[in-house]
Design a protein around this ligand. Structure first.
Ligand code: 2P0
Length: 325
């Protein structure tokens, strides 16, 4: 028995977005989604089995997490234990290397690293497909962080078939992502809540599902062709579709802030000036700009001039989940 393991998982950004579950308990999505795993942002998580006299604990960035705040993680581990026929108390120790200032969600890296550390600590015989299934149960987006480069979460139709597969783990494509943080205040509508409301109430939801499945097919082709322009166009459209959809929920809502629109205008101005770039936006007001590496400096300069308050972080493709110990 190994008793302890540490895993590193990188965050990913969806280029074709996941926005809605048809089965909340199993986190089965209505649509497939396609992502890019990011190099600079990751979580390192250790899972250690404890003697039965000790209680389970969760330590995040050096601080003990309160029972109520740790409830989602503890429930998740209990689910994994039950599914894999293992038991015992444990300590989870996680270090998040996702700067708050990047405005990137950390749940994808957090739950992926935890699933991997759990599997190794219990010496479970799981391949990466099975790991993607385990990560999915913690957070939908976490399933895609099992693989590096480009990955596709196939929506499937049940627990067995809703898994992630790599599209290109080591892309040679010249693609940079610049995270533009315009606002760090907490989200008014958490993504789990927002996607549920949208799927349950938007009259346009069936159109979203149909379009997103088509967009996945087109994105797969664009990735295979290493077509930067097509990848950027499709990613931007998927983000716009998702954010348009939230406004059509009942009641409608938006993650956009005035600065989000200013940032979109800045991307448009860059394109007008001949700098080809595209944006994507997750469940928050911050935008991420997709560009070629040679244009990163000019993009940063334009943002600093137009929006001096923003924080910028640039990265590119990251690897899949890996073990540190
Ligand atoms: C995505 N997002 O595809 C989409 C696009 C945000 C916008 O997945 O409820 O933390 O835990 O499955 O994965 C964020 O939601 O949601 C997300 P749950 P998750 O990346």
């Amino acid at each position: 028995m190994v008793h302890a393991a540490t895993a590193r998982a990188h965050t990913n950004i969806a280029l074709i977005k996941y926005w809605g579950k048809k089965d909340a308990a199993l986190r089965l999505p209505f649509t497939s989604s396609i992502s890019m795993t990011l190099e600079k942002f990751y979580a390192d998580t250790s899972f250690t089995l404890l003697p039965s006299t000790q209680e389970s604990e969760f330590i995040l960035d050096g601080e003990q997490v309160s029972a109520s705040a740790a409830a989602r993680v503890m429930t998740y581990v209990a689910t994994l234990q039950q599914r894999h026929g293992v038991s015992g108390t444990f300590r989870i120790e996680s270090h998040n290397h996702v700067p708050i200032s990047a405005g990137l969600a950390s749940s994808s890296s957090a739950f992926c690293a935890l699933a991997a550390a759990f599997a190794a600590a219990y010496e479970l015989d799981v391949d990466r497909t099975e790991l993607s299934r385990m990560a999915r149960l913690g957070s939908g987006s976490a399933t895609r962080s099992v693989f590096g480069g480009f990955a596709k979460w196939e929506r499937g139709h049940d627990d067995e078939t809703s898994v992630t597969r790599p599209l290109d783990e080591h892309p040679s494509l010249d693609l940079s992502l610049t995270a533009v943080e315009v606002d760090t205040s907490p989200k008014a509508v958490p993504s789990t809540v927002g996607m549920r409301r949208t799927a349950e109430t938007s009259p346009y939801y069936p159109v979203w599902v149909e379009n997103t499945e088509k967009a996945c097919g087109l994105m797969e082709r664009a990735i295979a062709a290493q077509d930067f322009t097509r990848i950027g166009e499709l990613a931007q459209q998927s983000a716009l579709d998702m954010h348009a959809l939230t406004m059509t929920a009942r009641p409608g809502f938006t993650y956009f802030q005035p600065e989000t629109l200013a940032a979109i205008s800045t991307v448009e101005a860059l394109n007008d000036a001949g700098v080809e770039c595209y944006f994507t936006i997750d469940a928050g007001p911050n935008i991420k700009v997709l560009s070629r590496a040679e244009n990163v400096e000019e993009i940063a300069n334009r943002f600093r001039a137009h929006m001096p308050a923003v924080t910028l972080t640039t990265t590119s493709f990251g690897p899949g989940v890996e073990y540190l110990a």
